[in-house]
Design a protein around this ligand. Sequence first.
Ligand SMILES: [Zn+2]
Ligand SMILES: [Zn+2]
Length: 170
Amino acid sequence: MLGIPLGLITANATEWVVHKYVLHGWGKKKNSFWRFHLSEHHKNARKHHYIDPSYSRFPLGNHAQGKEAWALIAGCVIVTPLLPITPFYVGTLYYSAWNYYSKHKKSHQNPEWAKENIPWHYDHHMGPNPHANWCITRPWFDHLMGTREVFYTKDQQTPAKAKPVTTNTA
Ligand SMILES: [Zn+2]
Ligand SMILES: [Zn+2]
C-alpha cells in the first residue's frame, strides 16, 4: 500500500522535472520534439485567455496534444515491467498519467475551473513568469523547490495587471 503515496510523489516530481527541464529546457530549441509545449500550447493559452482550443481535437495526432498523450503512454509502458513487483506503485503511476492529461485538458477548456482547482497552472500560463509553477495536478514540488509563485487570487479582478506575490522564502 506504500506504493500509492510513493507513486503520487514520483508522479508529482516527474511533472516538475519534465515541465521545467524537458518542455521549457529542451523545448526551447528550434527543431526539438518538445517544442510543441511553447510554440503551440503556451502560445494558444496566451492568445485565448488560458483556453487552448486544440484540446477539442482527437488527442493522438502529430501535434501538441498528441505528443503530450504519446509521451504519457510511453511513460506508462516503460514502468510496466515493474507491475508484478509493485502493483500499487505502478497502478498509481498509471492513474497519475491519466489524471494529468484529463486535468490539464479540462483546465484549458474551462479557465474558471482551472482558477478554482489548479490555480498554480493558471499562474504558469497567465502570470508574468512562465518559468515558475511547474506542477500541474498538485503543487507539492513547487512548494518544496521554492518555485511556486502565487499570481492569481480569487478576489483579483484583473490578474494580468497585478504584481506577483512569491511564496518562495528561500
Ligand atoms: Zn509550460
Ligand atoms: Zn497548460
